[in-house]
Design a protein around this ligand. Structure first.
Ligand code: ACO
Ligand code: ZN
Length: 179
């Protein structure tokens, strides 16, 4: 039987919970989440974005802008966009690709599986938009993130020299969604 969980916020507004992991409800982001998402980003990553950029990602690809919430407080997010470009897997292939712009979980809620669920739900979201692949860049020194992506089936495709402002290299990692 199909069981759908809802979170009732007001009599006029319900949120659909995609997944639950422990106490953490995982659902699509909405406009009111953007400030807490920006706060998590500021605390956890050196790459920051304008308010407008967050809004445009939510407008463009809400299916893959996902948040994790514990007792009404956001603890993690993932946000993505779609692009057309050369395949990271097929020679000479031009494909629709999902791109993970940013994913983070607050320090005190890490290693509970929330990061994995956020990436899994973003994969479902970009698949629903008919993307063939999903890719991301990650700092070469960010072993926690690299290990998580590898465990999920992402393949390290390329080292991007001095990708970050501070000069650090990135790994370009990608996964085929319909191999
Ligand atoms: N008990 C113990 N360990 C667990 C449990 C559990 N119940 N559940 C999962 N784990 C382990 C996983 O096996 C994994 O272990 P490993 O490191 O030994 O492989 C580890 O916890 C991480 O998995 P998750 O819990 O699913 O991920 P987490 O919620 O900790 O989030 C993330 C991972 C997002 C990378 C986090 O470390 C983070 O926010 N880092 C800072 C921001 C960041 O670097 N983001 C990625 C940048 S790249 C980009 O954005 C494209
Ligand atoms: Zn990127």
């Amino acid at each position: 039987m199909l069981k759908i969980k809802y979170l009732f916020i007001s009599p006029f507004f319900v949120q659909v919970i995609l997944r639950e992991i422990g106490q953490c409800a995982v659902r699509r982001a909405e406009l009111g989440d953007l400030i807490p998402v920006m706060e998590i980003n500021l605390k956890t990553l050196p790459e920051h974005y304008s308010d407008y950029f967050y809004e445009s990602l939510l407008a463009e690809l809400p299916e893959a802008f996902i948040v994790g919430e514990i007792q009404g407080k956001l603890v993690g997010y993932i946000m993505c966009k779609t692009e057309y470009g050369f395949s990271n897997f097929k020679k000479l292939g031009f494909v629709k690709k999902g791109h993970v712009v940013s994913v983070a979980v607050l320090d005190e809620h890490r290693r509970k599986g929330i990061g994995r669920v956020l990436v899994e739900e973003a994969i479902n979201g970009v698949k629903s938009k008919k993307c063939d692949e999903l890719y991301l860049e990650v700092r070469c020194s960010n072993s926690d993130a690299v290990r998580l992506y590898e465990k999920m089936g992402f393949i390290n495709k390329q080292r991007l020299k001095s990708y970050y402002r501070d000069g650090e290299d990135a790994y370009l990692m990608a996964i085929e969604l319909n191999p």
